[in-house]
Ligand binder design. Structure first.
Ligand SMILES: [Zn+2]
Length: 452
């Protein structure tokens, strides 16, 4: 009888616990959807500051903005964490296609992030189209003095644009290295997007120490198709590329951090975050303005309800995800020396569209525990929990044993906008953006109460 009574007490406690989680979840949802404040913040960030490339004046402004907006959201404490970040400046960029039929066509291009510039008058050369590094290798001496044109498109048959991106992006990141190995003088890279548009999509590229550095530009998918067609007609004379981009010495900057201090176990941290920097195209509305304002909104929603998490909920707006990951690395390096324990980190860096769920990188027990919150997340359509996921910034916390969680929004349109002038606020829907913030707040709240 005694055991049975104890069982009943435990059962009712756990039911009350569950009920209080779901009551809180509904309150968070109602408050978020009533106010749609994440979108107000995103309007402010993209409208008054714009894009935020590492090392730029706009990034400095974004740091000030981040500090103020976290204070306004009601964070118990807000601080700036110093970090050295790269400083690459785009400058002028131009490319022309000269055809044997005497036409000269301006190509829609932009320098890839980190590229060196060309000589003052640019470079001109014949163009060779390839779809893989294997083809580049096979070119051997034929590539000497030429421009290599990488034109492998997104695999449209893949349901997941993120996987398709993964299958195409090495042309952008490593294309210059592979082309320089066989003596090419520059690379043109088909924009890494499934969209057929006339905007070049930028992104990070790299060089290798022992290989000559050559200029690298992205070309719009429309112009990539056109160039490919002219090459197949044997109508191309040459392409001329002029870039004045340049890398300057690293500059001192900051991650921006704000938190709600845990009432019972303040040293245990549930992190929510996104990256404050963006490329210098569009206004970085989806990438990653969305993740930034959603992380701040988590703090605001919980403070608004006047509820106190048992563990600390901390929002981190990371510096320099796009071309260095210096913010994430500096954060993890400092944390490894502290007594704090990051039990979970939730990153939003996949756009501000409707949330579908979360991807979780941890042991099976913890993945199952997160899966048990599906019923709470259902109210915003974010109940799908998959094993595997996270984000670039929080990947630095892996060695600290942190459970890494990535918000998974609907992925179909993200790469249409990604790293291009198309990434602007008009592509973000206020309700969809808010639903993502609400999903993050519900999950962060549940973990902060129950531990992991
Ligand atoms: Zn991003």
């Amino acid at each position: 009888m005694k055991t049975f009574l104890l069982f009943l007490i435990c059962l009712s406690n756990s039911l009350i616990g569950q009920r209080s989680h779901s009551e809180t979840a509904v309150q968070i949802k109602n408050n978020g959807l009533e106010e749609l404040y994440a979108f107000e913040m995103l309007k402010d960030l993209t409208g008054n500051i714009g894009n935020r490339l590492s090392g730029s004046k706009n990034y400095d402004k974004a740091v000030e903005w981040g500090k103020l907006i976290l204070e306004k959201a009601g964070a118990d404490s807000v601080w700036l964490e110093p970090v050295m970040i790269p400083h690459w400046v785009r400058g002028n960029e131009q490319a022309f296609l000269s055809l044997l039929d005497k036409r000269k066509i301006e190509l829609s291009v932009c320098a890839l992030g980190g590229s060196i510039g060309t000589a003052k008058n640019g470079v001109s050369a014949e163009v060779i189209e390839v779809k893989s590094f294997e083809e580049v290798k096979q070119l051997g001496r034929k590539a000497k003095g030429k421009i290599i044109f990488y034109n492998r498109p997104f695999d449209r048959t893949n349901w997941s644009p993120f996987q398709a991106y993964g299958g195409a992006v090495n042309q952008r990141t490593n294309g210059a290295i592979e082309a320089a190995k066989v003596g090419a003088i520059a690379v043109l890279v088909r924009s890494i997007t499934p969209a057929m548009d006339d905007e070049p999509h930028t992104g990070a590229m790299r060089y290798a120490d022992s290989i000559p550095q050559i200029p690298a530009v992205a070309i719009s998918t429309v112009d990539a198709e056109m160039l490919s067609m002219e090459l197949h007609k044997h109508n191309v004379s040459s392409v001329h590329i002029l870039l004045s981009c340049k890398t300057y010495p690293d500059v001192a900057s900051f991650n921006v951090i704000g938190e709600i201090c845990g009432a019972e176990k303040p040293e245990e941290i549930v992190l929510v975050g996104g990256h404050l920097d963006s490329w210098d195209k569009g206004t970085g509305a989806h990438d990653d303005g969305s993740g930034v304002v959603q992380s701040v909104e988590v703090i605001r929603l919980i403070k608004n309800l006047k509820i106190h998490p048992k563990r600390t909920i901390r929002a981190v707006l990371f510096a320099n995800e796009e071309n260095g990951l210096k913010g994430g690395r500096a954060y993890a390096a400092r944390e490894s020396n502290k007594k704090e324990k990051h039990i979970a980190a939730i990153e939003s860096d996949a756009g501000g569209t409707s949330p579908r769920g979360f991807g979780v990188s941890s042991d099976s027990l913890k993945v199952e525990k997160i899966k048990s919150y599906s019923s709470l997340l259902e109210i915003v359509g974010a109940e799908k929990i998959n094993k595997g996921g996270g984000g670039a910034d929080i990947s630095t916390l892996e060695s600290l044993g942190t459970t890494m969680i990535g918000l998974n929004p609907d992925p179909q349109r993200y790469f249409d906008y990604h790293h291009s002038n198309n990434d602007t606020i008009d592509k973000v829907h206020p309700r969809e953006l808010e639903l993502g913030a609400i999903a993050m707040a519900i999950l962060a709240w549940a973990i902060s109460q129950d531990g992991l």
